[in-house]
Design a protein around this ligand. Structure first.
Ligand code: NAD
Length: 507
């Protein structure tokens, strides 16, 4: 192999899979074609699962649950610790696979794997802290308490843009809580899924955990639907578009199952006259163009006080015009490709709609040529808008930042909250009254609200998720683990009497 060959996406992927222990998973007649958004090249073909395979996977996971639910939680934590160790060992290779398959720049690919390591650390600690309350009983000689028990099989459906981190948020916590996982990854990120599965299988072997605790089903929405509908899936955790959530939620609700939804965002930042503009512009640019605008938390709307609007727009234009766009395998690139042609088309169509609404494209908006092959690269756009029109209220999964002006903070907050999504939010200000107002009950209506940092780039220690059409789910840190367990309220009578609650007398 020449040095040149070693840099092709296919060569990078094959080398990484081999070292991770996933071997050579490709078959020449597989129906699922894996492509790299870097140059559109084919990485290989994989056989697809069918909806009927879901039944076997859930049955296998159910059998593993019988053993895992009575395994002491701190012992379960050892499996998660081993997974974290393997992720540390293979961080470079798994990060490279994320770059090849999702098109993230190297630093973001590695950052995604670091997030997996972080959630493993969190879940190991959690395995010694699963706790319930003891509550004062009104009856003498009685003790009332809560216990949290493992829930059952967790079905996980994930999106292409966080191909490994979202699986790990679910899996590390679910395993510590005593639940097996059946995973349906995005059809655009199959290789990273196989790599994660190989690492977890190796971790399970090392600690002698039951087989079947983690399984992967490769396929499209039909396989996802079979998982959604399966009666033995106790919790269905789905990450993706609001469109997908609207299909999934009624189906799970129809069988009275539990769901956890992490859906689309349309995140905004308010910039007030007191903001530190150097810091603000850096925060805006990272949040708006990082991952080429393909994060659920990407900054899409900027609400700037009229007195500083021109200056902020000019500074953004200057910053955008120096952005290094190109192959994410190249050192120094900050903006990689869009995932596919449909995304590039949506980017162009959104800009057209914005123009028709009176928007003015201040910078960017065109295609970026210069990377060999069939990748879809665009110049991130800033669009000055006269008002918050329908296209601004929609999530276009591409790097478009709409700028709107405001006069007073009430108006800014109303604009901020005037979309159906409610994921992540920011205010840039040095005025503590504005900051606190934004974080108050009358302020941002999002699940995540920040001061003087952009909306993108959450840490695993906090609960992650959003309100309204973002789905209302919470994953990752804080007490998000409670979604993966069932609560039992227990009352123990250690007296010789039988007093009834509420003073009821019964013979
Ligand atoms: P998508 O909705 O197209 O697909 C997501 C997953 O859902 C895929 O695995 C897909 O196969 C599956 N799916 C689609 N329809 C289904 C159905 N009817 N039943 C079962 N499964 C189905 O999303 P995408 O393009 O991969 O990802 C981008 C979207 O995901 C954006 O809207 C983004 O905001 C959102 N996202 C949200 C979060 C979050 O935490 N809130 C995180 C990442 C991505």
């Amino acid at each position: 192999m020449t040095a040149q060959d070693a840099r092709t996406p296919a060569a990078v992927a094959r080398g990484a899979l081999e070292r991770i222990g996933a071997g050579d998973p490709f078959t020449s007649d597989g129906e699922l074609v894996c492509r790299s958004p870097i140059d559109g090249s084919e990485l290989g073909r994989l056989p697809a699962h069918r909806p009927v395979d879901v039944h076997d996977a859930v049955a296998t996971a159910g059998a593993a649950f019988e053993q895992w639910r009575t395994t002491p939680a701190p012992v379960r934590g050892q499996l998660v610790r081993e997974l974290g160790n393997l992720l540390r060992e293979h961080k470079e290779d798994l990060g490279a696979l994320v770059t090849v398959e999702a098109g993230k720049i190297r630093s973001e690919g590695l950052g995604e794997v670091q997030e997996m390591i972080d959630i493993c650390d969190f879940a190991v600690g959690l395995s010694r802290q699963l706790h319930g309350l003891t509550i004062a009983s009104e009856r003498p000689g009685h003790r009332m308490m809560e216990q949290w028990h493992p829930l059952g099989v967790v079905g996980v459906i994930t999106a292409f843009n966080f191909p490994v981190a979202v699986w790990s948020w679910n899996t590390a916590v679910a395993l510590a809580c005593g639940d097996p996982v059946v995973w349906k990854p995005s059809e655009k990120s199959l290789l990273t899924a196989l790599a994660c599965q190989a690492l977890l299988e190796e971790a399970a072997r090392r600690v002698d955990a039951p087989a079947g605790l983690s399984q992967v089903l490769l396929g499209g929405a039909d396989v996802g639907e079979a998982l959604v509908d399966h009666r033995d899936v106790a919790l269905l955790s789905a990450t993706g578009s609001t469109r997908m959530g609207r299909q999934v939620a009624p189906r799970v609700a129809g069988r009275l199952g539990r769901y956890l939804l992490e859906l689309g965002g349309n995140n905004a930042a308010i910039v007030t006259p007191s903001a530190d503009l150097d810091l603000t512009v850096r925060g805006i640019v990272f949040s708006a163009v990082g991952t080429a605008g393909q994060r659920c938390t990407s900054l899409r709307r900027l609400i700037v006080h009229h007195s500083i609007r021109d200056e902020v727009v000019q500074r953004l234009r200057a910053a955008y015009e120096t952005l290094p766009i190109g192959s994410p395998l190249e050192e120094g690139t900050l903006v990689g490709p869009l995932i596919d042609e449909a995304s590039a088309t949506a980017f162009g169509a959104a800009l057209e709609a914005a123009r028709a609404d009176g928007g003015k494209v201040v910078t960017g908006g065109g295609a970026h040529d210069g990377v060999a092959g069939d990748g879809h690269y665009v110049q991130p756009a800033v669009v000055d808008m006269p008002e918050q029109t329908e296209i601004v209220r929609a999530e276009t999964f591409a790097p478009i930042l709409y700028v709107m002006g405001y006069d007073d903070l009430d108006e800014a907050i109303a604009l901020h909250n005037g979309v159906e999504q409610g994921l992540s939010a920011s205010i840039f200000t040095r005025d503590v009254r504005e900051a606190e107002r934004f974080l108050s009950a009358a302020g941002s209506d999002c699940g995540i609200s920040n001061v003087n940092i952009g909306p993108s780039g959450a840490e695993i220690g906090g609960a992650f998720g959003g309100e309204k059409a973002t789905g209302g789910g919470r994953e990752s840190g804080s007490d998000a683990w409670k979604a993966y367990m069932r609560r039992a309220t227990n009352t123990v009578n250690y007296s010789d009497e039988l007093p009834l609650a509420q003073g009821v007398e019964f013979g």
